[in-house]
Design a protein around this ligand. Structure first.
Ligand code: DC
Length: 308
């Protein structure tokens, strides 16, 4: 069963560098969703598309094709066939990304691409709405933050090291403006998911921040694996499950991607039974009444991957 780690947080919290290092240490794939918004901002910037006009930006989407490739564990992003992984980091593109990310059509355009990337592999995905919207059933959710001044200093050092001429004041102002944009937009605003762990790195250096995140991820993943094994074992003992026709499962035949199991069931215990004999990551579509009667039960089945 694959593990999905969702890391959200404000600008300059160190999400991408920390997430990248954690992914390396854990052998996971790192997915940077901010890069996808940056590509759309880059396209609009370079083609004179008015980013304050949602209709024009939405129309531009039909001319954009994005491709994400992982090379040596690092994400490379291609805009209409060109590798723009470096160009999207320019300061003017940061603001462009923040603007276009408030447009609902842009978010809808990127949502499926992001979900597909987390399908059937262990990923660490970072952004603003990963735990709240993109991967609501993520195994681990982390809200990574630090004081605005500390974040601005880190971003400033990074830009100076790359040879970009900026002042600390302008970086801080820009960062506060982007925080404001990201937190107050109507659609998928940046906020901590109810079930996310808060990780504040104000007082931590890079190594300390990575150690903290790896510890959180391992603890959560171990707890989940423990419960999964208990459920599977008790199902095997109680029902003596016998799997017939298992070779028909697509992932057995090397086919990638999602699939639907349409099952008739007689008992509430049947969905966990199906999970017990399948190693893939599952979501369960369940009747709406199950989410309405009892708040605790609704919470529990949502945690197990059910949706109405
Ligand atoms: O993380 P970043 O600075 O590369 O992100 C660029 C912009 O994209 C940021 O201002 C907010 C937006 N973004 C978003 O709205 N949702 C995400 N999941 C990731 C980024």
């Amino acid at each position: 069963m694959s593990i999905a780690v969702a890391i959200d947080g404000p600008v300059g919290a160190g999400k991408s560098s920390i997430a990248k290092e954690c992914a390396k240490r854990l052998g996971f794939i790192y997915v940077d969703t901010g890069a996808m918004y940056r590509c759309i901002g880059l396209f609009c910037d370079r083609n004179g598309v008015d980013m304050d006009d949602p209709v024009r930006v939405s129309a531009a989407l039909s001319h954009i094709s994005l491709d994400v490739k992982i090379k040596d564990g690092t994400q490379h992003i291609y805009l209409n066939g060109y590798d723009v992984s470096d160009e999207i980091r320019l300061p003017e593109i940061s603001m462009a990304a923040s603007k276009v990310s408030a447009i609902p059509a842009v978010r809808a355009f990127l949502l499926q691409l992001q979900r597909d990337m987390a399908e059937s592999r262990d990923v660490i995905m970072d952004g603003r709405d990963i735990g709240t919207v993109v991967l609501p059933n993520a195994t681990v959710k982390i809200y990574l933050t630090a004081d605005a001044e500390v974040r601005a200093k880190r971003r400033y050092d990074e830009l100076i090291a790359k040879g970009t001429a900026v002042s600390y004041e302008s970086v801080l102002m820009d960062l506060k403006q982007r925080d404001h944009n990201d937190m107050t937009r109507e659609i998928a605003p940046l906020k901590q998911a109810d079930d996310a762990v808060l990780a504040d790195t104000t007082e931590l250096d890079f190594e300390g921040s990575c150690d903290l995140l790896v510890r959180i991820i391992k603890e959560k993943a171990e707890i989940r694996e423990f419960f999964r094994k208990i459920v599977c074992l008790s199902m095997h003992i109680k029902y003596r499950i016998k799997l017939i026709g298992g070779d028909n499962r697509p992932y057995k035949n090397g086919i990638k991607g999602g699939y639907i199991i349409a099952c008739n069931h007689q008992d509430y215990g049947d969905p966990p039974l199906i999970a017990a004999v399948n190693k893939a990551h599952f979501s369960f579509m369940a009747k709406i009444e199950l989410f309405e009667k009892n708040k605790f039960f609704a919470w529990l089945i949502t945690k197990c991957g059910a949706f109405p």
